[in-house]
Design a protein around this ligand. Sequence first.
Ligand SMILES: [Zn+2]
Length: 590
Amino acid sequence: MARFPDHFIQQVAAATDIVDLISQYVALKKRGREFLGLCPFHEDNRPSLNVSATKQIFKCFACGAGGGVFQFIEKYEKLPFPEAVKMLAQRANIPLPRALQEASTPAGLSKADLIGLMTFAAKFYRQRLGSPAGTAALSYVRQRGLSDESLERFGIGYAPDSWDALSQAASKQGHSEAQLLAAGLVARSEQRSGCYDRFRNRLIFPILNPAGEIVAFGGRALDPADRAKYLNSPDSILFDKSALLYALNWSREAIVAGGRAVVVEGYFDALMPLQAGVGNVVATMGTSLTDRHVRLLSRYAREVVLVFDSDLAGARAAERALELFLLQQIHVRVATIPEGKDPCDFCLAKGGEAFRSLVEAAPDALQYIWGRRLESCRQAGDDLAARRRAMEDFLRLVASSSAYGVIDSMRRGQLAQHIGHMLNISPGDLEAHMRRLIRQVPPRPTPGMANQGVPQGDPQRQVIEVLLNRPDLFDSVSASISPEDFADADMRQLAEHVWQLARSGRLRIDELLARQDLSVHAALLAELSEGGERRGNYEDTLAGAIEHLLGRRRKLELQDMKSSGLNDDALRRLDESLRQADPRRHPRIT
Ligand SMILES: [Zn+2]
């Protein structure tokens, strides 16, 4: 996605009033100079969402969500920053910069053109399913249990057994071969010149993105002799299968409402529960779950239930998935369909209610993996080394879960007791071992969370807090310190933007929130602005913070001098002379 120029984003921000905007989603009541409402980002039962008309920011005092107009849309509509800008530009009737109206692709190959072609192809396949050529396909899909209503809802179609039926129809509609290729609907032939239809004699599942646009197709072979049972569209500018989940467009609402997503592995496995009224199911499409899938789900769900056909596949996938989810702080549970059935058959035989109960009763992933480990210990019998290996692995998993706050110390204690028993280790020794492992767990690399490293009352925070509320004090700040004096990488990035805006006389919170690079820090910025205002006492806070930062700088300079080989005596004299030259810039080091 191309970047919008800063002045354009600023223009959109200026044309959008935050109280007006948020009122479209949340009922706001005026309270003093602010507006209050129920926060849509957590289960709020007393109004925690504060909207400031003067600052043009929102801030939830319960869950910490916060930012400006773009970040509200990013969070509420689950859109990336540029899409949020686009949406608000449309709302304000501001035309997009001409260079950005279409992605920079050759003529006819823009995203919009290709989606038009995909929509055409879906209609083509859909019609073929109802034609005489589609009779066998139709009876197959009915026999699998999909109702006619579902076929319509999910747009199920049929690709005829022909090398060029789709290409012919598409070219009659004016679609070029280059478009068909770019959309992955045809492939180039190696033997003959020209292209052939990618999907032939297959049942077709349209794949939609969360915005409801058709971006790819999945095809199930109808001829048992076909080598590939399932075939997907190749990755294209529309489609990246490691970042998209099938059926999310239909299940997003239910996932958000319940905070839970159920992940299955195939098209039918997702559609049958949806047909049976279980609305929160998505499927991976022939790949195992990737960290991008997990990030996508983490926008909508707090908990994910993985459903697998068999224990064997389940165990392997669960362990891989658990580590991915741990990093995103999503709770994971693992359900196994009994008697070797798949979720589709199970749903059909037992109904949606039974599927829902199976999901409800699923053990959490640690418990599930523990069960599997116990099983392998039992199989290892007297082989103590094998038992030890199995338990050591599990211990490491418990340590990461604990370090990332997924399980509490009580749960950890319980698990440790079990493991100690399995390994014949005393609880005390095991607890010590566990603490060692926890210290080895690397910090969670979540964007935006890193700021928690800079605590309240930190001088770096204080400087920004004051400047956001009193930009007129900037000159006295910039005379003493610069962004390089901010040691924390995130705070330094904020400081750089603050300095830049202040120099051009535009230091305002809404200007900062309109910068794409800072969008990940939006909640922090809102908090700094509000917190600074609450604490007030600007001049004193600033003086203390600057003195602190200068002291730190001085220590670093001395360290540099030391490593440059000056002896202690020379250093003391140098320190003294620097201090006398400018005592404000160089407070005495203690
Ligand atoms: Zn909230």
